[in-house]
Design a protein around this ligand. Structure first.
Ligand code: BES
Ligand code: MN
Ligand code: MN
Length: 455
């Protein structure tokens, strides 16, 4: 709409500057040293919502990091959109691999480089700015509620209870989230599912102290050797996970769904080249898009033990540890899979070591409908802004709270992400294209309009 384009054109530079200011706040939820920065970031989000034109915006304290809640009710008889996003970010390390400071955003070749640029400050802030466009041009068509949390990157543990305690306040017709990716600006897409997550930590303990690897080597089981062997045994020669019952609830896609999934534009060579690998890897019998979108996985996220300092130290370590995550697909339960993993891992431990397994946070997989009014409104919004129908895809990442929106609030979600897979989220040099930021701000108001019209 002309009136929105005019407003955006007029305030473009400020919209960008405001995002950069938000990116300067190191709101790392995982590291308690940044607790005050996280709180400061919540206040900055609250203020930005007030400036954009909400009726009220509050900071809701939790036993962890605060949740920002805001709303604008124009007419209770109109549909209500609940916008969810997160203002917390992942830790920035390894710092030495960044080309510029993670919290000193710079724009290079049309890309904003900063931790959180895409995940999720940049994407979340598009909703604040799109709302400003709607509110300031008097064209709001729906009521809007914002729930922006500060603990997504640490498992949203306090947001679940917040939903339970605020069912009335959070009443809405749909949840709208921009915290996922699309294929490209040329091939806009909408994710229609997210994987779940089970995250474990394991410890393998051998002798009661670190030993001289010459004096004792060969006579006492080395916990790192044992851990590596145990981990290696978790996949077979087809890269299938070997944990008994792991796949019991996993459904195979129908041939039609497989075909649709693989029809998305995807160039395997480009994919591998961009990652600097000769060849991709994965479960035999599945394409790359099937592997990330529809199959469960098991990955070591970190492994440590023994001597990792400079030079060489001969040591047979007493302990070895690893963090292991499993991505889950529909019908698998995070809790069940954690238990299955624990039992299996304990069962494969040889008698010469002791094994301890603990579960970290997890989340359930979700599939979002494509035949709903909300999905159709999102598709039409993309069609209008991009001039192309969006392609439905399945995302490989996880957003644990999404399953709880349905379970606790009875709400479906639309995943309207504008990130790109190569935005380096969670990696050094995270970026978000300025063009994607503006395109998101341009697209979101159409969702409001079409959702109101089609509801
Ligand atoms: N925004 C991501 C999830 C995501 C990214 C979904 C790209 C689809 C495409 C989210 O912030 C995230 O990183 N989630 C974590 C899980 C969480 C419990 C730490 C993840 O997927 O590892
Ligand atoms: Mn995110
Ligand atoms: Mn993330």
């Amino acid at each position: 709409m002309q009136i929105w384009n005019d407003y955006l054109a007029q305030h473009k530079d400020r919209f960008l500057k405001e995002l950069l200011a938000l990116l300067r706040i190191p709101s790392i939820s995982a590291d308690s040293a940044y607790k005050a920065d996280v709180a400061h970031c919540a206040e900055a989000v609250q203020q930005s919502l007030l400036n954009a034109g909400v009726d009220n915006a509050e900071i809701c304290l939790t036993s962890g990091h605060p949740i920002v809640y805001a709303e604008k009710i124009i007419d209770p008889s109109l549909p209500t959109i609940l916008v969810y996003g997160h203002y917390d970010v992942q830790p920035a390390d390894p710092l030495e691999l960044w080309h510029s400071g993670p919290f000193e955003p710079v724009i290079k070749e049309g890309k904003i480089f900063a931790r959180g640029a895409c995940d999720d400050k940049g994407q979340m802030f598009m909703h604040v700015k799109a709302f400003e466009v709607l509110a300031q041009t008097n064209t709001l068509a729906c009521n809007v509620k914002f729930m922006i949390e500060g603990e997504e990157e640490v498992g949203s543990t306090n947001l679940g209870p917040f939903l339970e305690q605020n069912k009335e306040k959070l009443k809405a017709d749909i949840v709208l989230v921009s915290d996922t990716s699309m294929i490209s600006m040329e091939h806009p897409s909408l994710e229609t599912g997210l994987r779940g997550l089970a995250y474990m930590e394991v410890e393998v303990v051998g002798p009661n102290r670190d030993l001289h690897s010459g004096v004792y080597g060969g006579a006492v089981a080395n916990p790192i050797n044992i851990l590596c062997k145990m981990i290696a045994s978790l996949h077979d020669e087809n890269n299938h996970i070997t944990i008994p019952a792991f796949y019991d609830k996993v459904e195979e896609l129908s041939d039609a769904d497989k075909k649709a999934l693989n029809a998305a534009p995807f160039d395997l060579k480009e994919y591998a080249d961009e990652l600097g690998v000769q060849e991709v890897w994965g479960e035999k019998g599945y394409s790359t898009l099937e592997r990330t979108g529809t199959r469960p996985t098991l990955d070591v996220n970190g492994i440590w033990g023994g001597y990792i300092g400079e030079g060489a130290k001969t040591v047979l370590p007493s302990k070895a540890n690893a963090k292991i995550s499993m991505r889950l697909v529909p019908h698998q339960s995070s809790h069940e899979i954690s238990e299955i993993f624990q039992k299996h891992f304990e069962s494969i431990a040889p008698a010469n070591v002791r094994v301890k397994v603990t579960a970290h946070h997890g989340g359930e997989p979700v599939v979002t409908p494509t035949d709903s009014v909300a999905y159709k409104a999102a598709a039409k919004a993309i069609q209008t802004a991009f001039g192309k129908e969006p392609i439905p895809t399945r995302g490989g990442g996880s957003i644990p709270i999404i399953a709880l929106f349905e379970k606790t609030l009875g709400l479906k979600t639309v995943l309207m992400g504008f990130g790109l897979d190569n935005d380096n989220i969670h990696s050094p040099n995270e970026k978000y294209d300025v063009a994607n930021y503006y395109k998101g701000i341009e697209t979101i108001p159409y969702f409001h309009k079409y959702f109101a019209e089609m509801s």
